[in-house]
Design a protein around this ligand. Structure first.
Ligand SMILES: Nc1ncnc2c1ncn2[C@@H]1O[C@H](COP(=O)(O)OP(=O)(O)OP(=O)(O)O)[C@@H](O)[C@H]1O
Ligand SMILES: [Mg+2]
Length: 244
């Protein structure tokens, strides 16, 4: 394939000829086509992963419905939400051209998904912005958020009390700042006596610790809210790549 460009030569206004530039762009065009198909393929893969995860979630939900034990039903529904939060990230990735995602939208969908546990009783909201994150950060972070929110709704308000949960994200200047600070704070009944965020816990906090410290290279802590009225504050400090 040849790209042709002709530039008329008109010194002093009279046309004396043309300068013709020829360039072989075969390789360039081939690479462009390759990039387009590669993008489309990656998006298609994310789309299929999302579909598969939704199928898994649907199967678990079906199984939950058939379960007699309340406890078993709850555990399966928790698993539905765990799988669901990963599906949300893949759905967002399938709509994007690159491997970076606007996480605010994902956070809001995860919050809405988990908030279904206590419809109307506990108000969940986000303040601040997560901004754009790499896909490798988005998936574990959405899982961590799911666990922490699930805990707040389940354990801070065990008897279906009214209350609120606030997810706040502070990113600083996205071009220079390489830290993302997240707090999830509830105004519920507070942590149990002798609670140790690094040691206590079941599967949920194990997932959080493994992903935050291992996968994301950040830190995680849980503290009683210092003001009267108690409640719990979960603090996550995650290193992120600055935006271009
Ligand atoms: N926001 C909170 N308020 C009060 N207690 C909490 C809060 N978050 C966690 N906890 C306490 O920490 C414990 C450990 O949480 P973790 O998520 O590891 O386990 P779990 O929620 O009990 O079970 P699962 O493995 O299904 O998540 C909880 O059982 C609860 O006692
Ligand atoms: Mg939990």
């Amino acid at each position: 394939m040849i790209q042709l460009r002709a530039i008329p030569l008109k010194p002093k206004g009279t046309r004396i000829g043309s300068l013709v530039l020829l360039r072989d762009v075969t390789e360039l065009r081939r690479r462009e086509r390759e990039l387009i198909t590669k993008d489309a393929t990656i998006r298609e893969i994310h789309h299929r992963v999302k579909n598969n995860l939704q199928t898994v979630a649907a199967l678990l939900r079906l199984q939950a419905r058939r379960m007699d034990s309340e406890h078993g039903r709850e555990a399966l529904n928790e698993a539905v939400r765990r799988v669901g939060s990963i599906a949300i990230v893949h759905e967002t990735l399938s709509q994007n051209l690159d491997e970076r995602v606007e996480f605010d939208e994902i956070a809001d969908r995860v919050i809405a998904m988990v908030a279904e546990i206590s419809p109307g009783k506990v108000e969940c909201r986000r303040t601040g912005r997560f901004g754009v994150l790499d896909a490798e950060v988005a998936t574990p972070l959405s899982m961590v958020l799911t666990e922490v929110l699930q805990n707040a709704l389940e354990h801070a308000f065990p008897a279906g009390e009214r209350g609120s949960v606030e997810v706040s994200a502070v990113r600083g200047d996205p071009r220079t700042d390489s830290r993302l600070l997240i707090t999830v704070q509830d105004d519920g009944r507070g942590l149990p006596e002798g609670f140790d965020a690094q040691r206590t816990g079941n599967l949920g906090l194990q997932i959080v610790r493994t992903l935050v410290e291992g996968e994301l290279g950040g830190t995680f802590d849980m503290l009683p809210v210092p003001e009267p009225g108690q409640g719990t504050r979960v603090v996550l400090d995650i290193p992120v790549r600055a935006q271009k």
